[in-house]
Design a protein around this ligand. Structure first.
Ligand SMILES: Cc1cc2nc3c(=O)[nH]c(=O)nc-3n(C[C@H](O)[C@H](O)[C@H](O)COP(=O)(O)OP(=O)(O)OC[C@H]3O[C@@H](n4cnc5c(N)ncnc54)[C@H](O)[C@@H]3O)c2cc1C
Length: 510
């Protein structure tokens, strides 16, 4: 099979690349996706994410044991289907802070340069305020002063009900917004169940994609790697582009020594508190049974009710650490507020009603790295998230945790208020909180940075071309040199949209 362009990965960014290339009429396009279709109710119904996480539509990766976090292995959930992680995520929509982009320190990537790309993405996505939040989520949205109907913003201290990429009460993923319209244009073919092993080069030009089942798909003009922060560096290393020593250890022929591939892995570390009370948030209680039983019908008839809940209904941004010596008073933590009783004792089914809130570090400084565990594409890579490897992140989480407790204690929850059930009295002093954070933190499922763009030794150029080779671009969350201050789905789609523009310019179609 031969196409003009082959895109690897039908996720948040890959779908946006496909739409941009299809609109520009660059020729034939093929999108390769390892996972199955997204055409199942648990993907379309927002509440269904409870069932897709941990299912065959999730890569179900685990991190390496985290040395600074109790030697625990952490879940690294990643969408494995058409739409990628935009088909499994909580749909919370944030561009990030304006200065996040200036801080990338790349030519042509300040917030003004990316604004048009965000606007075009948002015209297709139309993010909107969550349609039917739980009253306790509305109340959490009033904790840091009135924010009206606006979403909170990482630009300043604020709380509120989140805006989401949902439409008419159902998930509106990158596949809905970009891929299916591209397919309808007739020049874009999508192959689900196409698990990519590696890219084969002619001289140093990326030419053919080799699938794990032996199929080969060739690209006349270019290949775009959009397999996400875990998949893209792994594919590139299996193709012979990566740190020489590591590739040789794995028995891979080295095409070029690219030391930055797989480095700079980071995510938002997060830790939370559980509250439980008889009249609190959603949960399995006798009183709530009739509402649960009616909710599927309510969703089918009106697209309303608890089935439209994305779980992470509201949140806040606030300053946890003292103002920096340089006067830095930017919010340094984000809170995700979930109006659900969530299990914290490791049981499969949890009864009772309650709520959960976390704090996660907006701009972590810890870094990990991704390496191959073998050259066999069926073996998951080693994902060392480097969580809390820099003590600065631990300090922010400890301070954020303390302030979150105060915010919850004084929140206008009325009858929905519930006492803290976990970690509660056992964790009070700074030392106890530090210990709790180390032994209970996870991440927000926002890994980035493993194929960072840069003008130095980074593997990807600011125009998203993979350095040292021809005909290959990287376009997904892996190219972010530093994580944005909030959730990463919108920035990933913006990156995909932008990549299509850069490719068109390169081939004289821009
Ligand atoms: C559970 C969860 C909740 C989240 N919640 C939010 C949220 O509420 N808001 C937010 O902004 N962000 C959220 N995120 C993060 C956000 O979804 C991601 O940052 C974003 O989707 C990343 O986009 P991407 O294009 O880089 O990768 P992805 O969207 O993950 O796409 C990569 C695609 O490549 C495919 N692929 C990988 N390897 C191969 C291979 N070898 N061959 C073929 N195909 C391959 C994958 O199956 C996938 O479809 C969440 C993520 C998760 C997992």
């Amino acid at each position: 099979m031969e196409f003009d362009f082959v895109i690897i990965g039908a996720g948040s960014a890959g779908c946006a690349v496909a739409k941009g290339l299809s609109d520009a009429n660059v020729g034939t396009i093929c999108v390769l996706e390892a996972g199955p279709t997204d055409a199942v109710p648990q993907v379309k119904v927002p509440f269904g994410l409870l069932y897709t996480m941990g299912s065959r539509r999730d890569w179900r990766f685990q991190s390496a044991a985290q040395a600074s976090a109790g030697m625990r292995r952490m879940k690294v959930s990643r969408g494995r289907m058409i739409g990628g992680s935009s088909s499994i995520n909580s749909m919370v929509w944030f561009r990030g802070r304006m200065d996040d982009y200036a801080n990338w320190d790349l030519p042509g990537w300040d917030h003004v340069s990316v604004q048009d790309n965000f606007e075009e993405v948002e015209a297709a996505i139309q993010p909107q305020r969550l349609p039917d939040p739980h009253p306790i989520s509305e109340a959490f949205g009033r904790t840091l002063g009135s924010n009206g109907l606006a979403t909170p913003t990482p630009e300043r201290e604020s709380a509120g009900v989140f805006h989401t990429n949902m439409r008419h009460g159902r998930r509106w993923s990158a596949a809905d917004a970009f891929l299916r319209p591209a397919q309808r244009s007739g020049n874009c073919e999508v192959l689900p169940g196409a698990n990519v092993d590696r890219i084969a080069f002619e001289e140093n030009r990326a030419r053919t994609v080799v699938l794990t089942d032996g199929r080969k798909i060739s690209a006349r003009r270019g290949i775009v790697l959009s397999a996400g922060s875990i998949g893209s560096p792994a594919i590139l290393m299996r193709s012979g582009v990566g740190p020489t020593g590591h590739l040789q250890e794995q028995g891979i022929n080295v095409l070029c020594d690219a030391r930055g591939v797989g480095q700079n892995l980071h995510d938002h570390p997060a830790v939370g508190v559980h509250h439980v009370g008889p009249n609190s948030g959603y949960g399995l209680t006798a009183k709530q049974m009739p509402a649960w039983m009616l909710s599927p019908i309510q969703w089918l008839l009106m697209r309303k009710g608890r089935m439209t809940s994305n779980f992470v209904e509201a949140g806040a941004f606030f300053r946890a650490a003292p103002v920096g010596p340089d006067g830095d008073d930017r919010p340094d933590v984000q809170t995700h507020f979930i109006p659900y009783m969530m299990g914290y004792r490791g049981k499969a089914i949890t009864t009772g009603s309650g709520f959960f809130a976390d704090v996660c570090v907006c701009r972590p400084v810890s870094r990990g790295r991704l390496t191959l565990s073998s050259k066999d594409p069926h073996d998951a890579p080693n994902i060392d998230l480097g969580v809390l490897s820099d003590p600065a992140d631990l300090s922010v989480l400890v301070a954020g945790f303390k302030r979150l407790r105060t915010i919850i204690a004084t929140a206008p929850f009325g009858d929905y208020q519930a006492p803290e059930a976990h970690p509660a009295e056992a964790v009070q002093t700074d030392d106890e909180i530090e210990d709790y954070v180390r032994n209970n933190c996870g991440t927000a499922y926002h890994p980035v940075g493993t194929l960072a763009m840069g003008v130095g030794s980074e593997p990807v150029a600011p125009d998203m071309k993979v350095k040292q080779v021809e005909g290959l671009w990287a376009a997904d969350a892996s190219v972010m040199p530093k994580i944005t201050s909030a959730n990463t789905n919108a920035p990933s789609m913006m990156i995909g949209h932008r990549a299509a523009k850069f490719i068109c310019r390169e081939i004289g179609r821009g």
